[in-house]
Design a protein around this ligand. Structure first.
Ligand SMILES: *Cc1c(COP(=O)(O)O)cnc(C)c1O
Length: 392
């Protein structure tokens, strides 16, 4: 047996899974209720409505008992049928990945792809829809996390609605960290999860589905049933008198209830504001100490993740190892295309607090300095502090 013990990190500044709130931690330690005990049936219904409230919907949200990546595949399988023409918007690794699922189910796939340090404009989407008026579904990632960039889905959603297509939005790493809800972007399917900005446990997905999308799924002749990829199976699971298609992830549901309470009690606007300030302060510090932000301009930089370009001749491995060994700070890497090109500092959930911008600048600054890249950490920290004090 290997006896060497790796110490857990001191501070986790990742872009998911993230550090969870204490009340989520407490919820995870509660007993596991039986799913058909009235206690859990009632609790489940309440959590679905609470998630609906957080999404600013009148009715319940739909919970799937899997990671959001599985929910995205389920949405592709359930919504997209053999008569659909899909326009997939790609500004990063998640957008690209969704296209592989979409292609499996649709008649024809169109892709609008930009550089992974750029955002897609509503105008580009309008032009693509004009060029291919038969398109029935548009799919987008709001915050393509491995790029640290935000697409303007509110504006894009208006263009898609005007065209009369359905709009599917991956808001996994933006919802609850900034002002975005299904209705804001005319989303027909809006997918998020507890393991990012909600500061919850990462094993569930939360979906909002429009009447139009339900009707489309009902008419999809290849829609999956009795399957992990079925959304229809779970349509009425929120009703306490109904059976579940299979055993839900009970403890994760209890934890989701706590994460939603945390979010709603603190107040969404307050939560978004500290995400935004932390990211802004972090960007100021990164630039001031002499490193470069990955997004092509700051207007599209995410308030929940700061992507920093890796200096020439350095690797992710070198930076992560230094930050972790010297300070116990865990950062996220790029993914796929962006791997070894950027490192990511997450500002999600409980670490979306401005003081963690000081931590990030210090750990990242020292990590690159250890590899002979000249940065001025002191100047970086002064810039963080200046940004924070400007806002109080
Ligand atoms: C985290 C995340 C998901 C979920 O996918 P995993 O890779 O399984 O964590 C989906 N979409 C986006 C944009 C995400 O950030």
């Amino acid at each position: 047996m290997n006896n060497s013990s790796i110490k857990p990190p001191t501070i986790t500044l990742t872009s998911g899974p993230v550090t969870i709130y204490p009340r989520v931690q407490e919820a995870l330690s509660r007993p596991v209720p039986y799913i058909y005990d009235p206690f859990f049936q009632d609790f489940y219904q309440k959590v679905c409505f609470k998630a609906g409230t957080a999404l600013r919907e009148d009715g319940p949200a739909l919970i799937l008992h899997c990671e959001p990546a599985v929910a995205l595949e389920a949405a592709a399988a359930s919504l997209i049928g053999p008569t659909d023409l899909v326009l997939n918007l790609v500004s990063g690794v998640y957008g690209k990945g969704f296209g592989y699922w979409a292609k499996r189910y649709c008649k024809e796939l169109f892709e609008l792809e930009v550089g992974y340090n750029q955002a897609i404009s509503a105008k580009q989407v309008a032009d693509a829809l004009e060029a291919n008026p038969e398109i029935t579904i548009v799919t987008a990632v709001h915050h393509d996390t491995p790029s640290g960039t935000i697409n303007p889905v509110k504006e894009i959603g208006r263009v898609v609605a005007q065209h009369g297509a359905l709009f599917l939005v991956d808001a996994v790493s933006s919802f609850a960290g900034m002002d975005i809800h299904p209705k804001d972007c005319n989303a027909d399917i809006f997918i998020t999860g507890p393991g990012k900005c909600l500061g919850g446990s990462p094993g569930l997905s939360i979906l909002s589905i429009s009447d139009h999308a339900w009707a489309h799924m009902d008419h999809n002749e290849t829609v999956p049933r009795s399957s992990i990829l079925s959304i229809l199976d779970w349509r009425y699971a929120w009703k306490k008198e109904n059976m579940f298609p299979f055993t839900p992830s009970v403890s994760e549901v209890v934890a989701l209830g706590a994460a939603l309470d945390q979010y709603l009690d603190e107040g969404p606007e307050v939560v978004w504001q500290r995400h935004e300030l932390t990211a802004r302060a972090c960007r100021a510090g990164i630039k001031a100490m002499g490193l470069n932000l990955w997004p092509e301009c700051e207007e599209i930089a995410s308030p929940t993740t700061t992507a920093v370009t890796i200096p020439k001749n350095l690797t992710t491995e070198q930076i992560h190892t230094s930050a972790r060994q010297r300070y116990g700070v865990t950062l996220s890497a790029g993914r796929g295309e962006t791997y070894d090109r950027l490192v990511r500092i997450g500002h999600m959930g409980p670490v979306a607090e401005p003081i963690y911008a000081v931590v990030a600048v210090t750990a990242l600054g020292e990590a690159v300095r250890q590899h002979n890249i000249c940065v001025d950490i002191g100047v970086g920290i002064e810039a963080v502090v200046a940004e924070i004090s400007r806002s109080v």
